[in-house]
Design a protein around this ligand. Sequence first.
Ligand code: ADP
Ligand code: ZN
Ligand code: ZN
Length: 737
Amino acid sequence: LATEPILQVAVPSPVRRLFDYLPPNDDGALRGLRPGMRVRVPFGGAHKVGLILAVATESAVPAERLRRVVAVLDSEPVVPEPLLDLVRWAAGYYHHPPGEVVEAVLPRALRGGRPATLRVPRRWRLTASGAGADPGALRSAPRQAVLLGELQASPEGLTARQLASHGGAWRPALRALVARGWVAMEEGPCLADEHPGEELPDPPLNRDQGAAVAAVLAAPDRFQAFLLDGVTGSGKTEVYLRLIREVIGRGRQALVLVPEIALTPQLMARFRQRLRVPLAILHSGLSDQERLCAWLAARDGRVGVVVGTRSAVFVPLARPGLFVVDEEHDLAFKQQDGFRYSARDLCVVRARSASVPVILGTATPSLESLYNATRSRYRRLVLPERAGPATPPQVELLDVRALPMNDGLSPPALRALEHALASGGQVLVFINRRGYAPTLTCHQCGWVAECHRCDAHMVVHQAESCLRCHHCTAVRALDRSCPACGAADLRAFGQGTERVEAALRTRFPDVGLVRIDRDSTRRRGSLERKLADVRGGTARILIGTQMLAKGHHFPDVILALVLNADAGLYSADFRAGERMAQLIVQVAGRAGRAERPGRVLVQTHHPQHPYLRALILRGYHGFCDAALAERRAAGFPPFAAIALLRAEAPRRGPPEDFLEQARACAEDTGCSGVELCGPVPAPMERRAGRFRAQLMVVTPLRGDLQRLLARWLPALERLPATRRVRWSLDVDPQEVL
Ligand code: ADP
Ligand code: ZN
Ligand code: ZN
């Protein structure tokens, strides 16, 4: 009797291993069972959809306890072998349950077990006459007017699901717009293969761009990671476009990861205009069917380029030729919960196994990437100057100690602002805090409004007349009198974007102004409208959070004000200084992008701080030299590898108990070269009603960390204390708070 094959299946569950099953009881299915095919398996008391990761000849599970697969869902692997390799690698490196890694890889439509085929989604989009129609003409039909506005802001059209997300009875209004001939339904593919407008000619590359392109093309069939270190506006995107075009010309595909697609409509428009091939765009706003469509199109080689956010790193490609990570320093590439992977790092891993180049581009490289470049693991390509006519902005520190402040703005900052406006330019005001004010305090007794579920203050949101916690979902009405002493003297202290907006509106009533932050851009299309106001010149003051720092191109901004740089100087997170420097440089990069030179003023109470001084006097790389020296001395990344074991529970004791036991387990492994720090309470101990603690593992050598984790995690899973906490492991954590 021939022994049956053993199927090793990744099943969605928090257990860090594969599960063995026998093939189903029907001979037909036996043939051709391969890794990458989905199977329905009995698991616990239910059936789950799993993915075959390996086929073995024997199992450690006794034969009588092996169960059979209920059904084989695919006749061909849905996940191609190279992507299975990535799953195996990632599950190993991050020590994460393989079933959960597979969940990150498979589009939701496939996770449920539905067939891996397409139902083409319908969408509605404007006709040419609809595009030019004036919503004002629909005054008597407000629903139609709103719908028209939404569609005008979404040139790709909207699906029924997206239309329904606005609530209300949209179907009659839509029918009316269709009857007017302004809107048409189409059953198109989900791919953005539209090529709006004229084909733009390529600008001739400058010398540095040319050298960068040549360096990558010199060995297109070999793995090499390039750090494209180019100042803002130096033409990095132009370099990507040329390389992608070459790759497509050779019949290959390119994958481009960007931090956030909604924030970069201009970048997307440029890709579409310049790359005349089918393009798949993957972001969180897609429906399940749209995502599946893009995923399958990429896998089957029907698109030349995939542009996507973090999770797009798991999109299969039939013929990969190039990987690009734009703004590689951005925190958005790191998943911060569940399966905590770095899409940037996984992209490098993918490129290596595909034997093709990968480009990490940014004006503000992460210290990790710079360090990899100095050790020749990455090859550094430098674009030191802005492309075109623009000159670099002039950055100055503004010592605001003892100055009278008006809603966060010092007199010299206001003077510079007035001057810039008077000379016809635009101004950008950056403050990294949304809402009106970060605290509400009683002026009589000192009471401060706090979140009942977090160790944090409630933030005043004036427009909504409420208090919000920025660390959980708590919201409550604005207090009218002090809950502690009854006094009616409550005051909002400190500044957020809303307050700065109000102050500047009062001071410059005749100047158009937009505020760009998460609150003001929640509605679909509102960000695009605001950006259009800035580009069209109706808005001349832009106030916003880090959303402003991302890749926008505002040619007429001649002054950027950074209001609260100090927040990054004294933080419990060792990366806070690096983040602050990156933000300042990125904000500065929005100023003076065209003919007129830009000026950047950074308000600070700590003008002597070595980080700020290095940044101002010697630029971003001067800052990095200083920060790297400090990291080396402290034994922190990139000079060490770290992992963070976190635990939380509704009560204070259990997380630290668990971590104490975990620490003992780590010591029992006998692994050397490992330093254990903690357990300690998290810097914000209570969040969303849960107490949190952490244990940090630091090793000078990455191999030692991996060896420890491989022995430690199985032991951790068996600790009885796991039952009383929620715990997680974060390998290469980006935030240690
Ligand atoms: P980055 O991605 O580095 O911020 P971009 O590629 O967006 O830079 O280029 C900045 C600006 O310079 C854009 O307006 C772009 O069209 C222009 N530009 C880029 N390369 C060139 C070039 N070689 N010649 C002229 N203009 C260029
Ligand atoms: Zn009081
Ligand atoms: Zn809270």
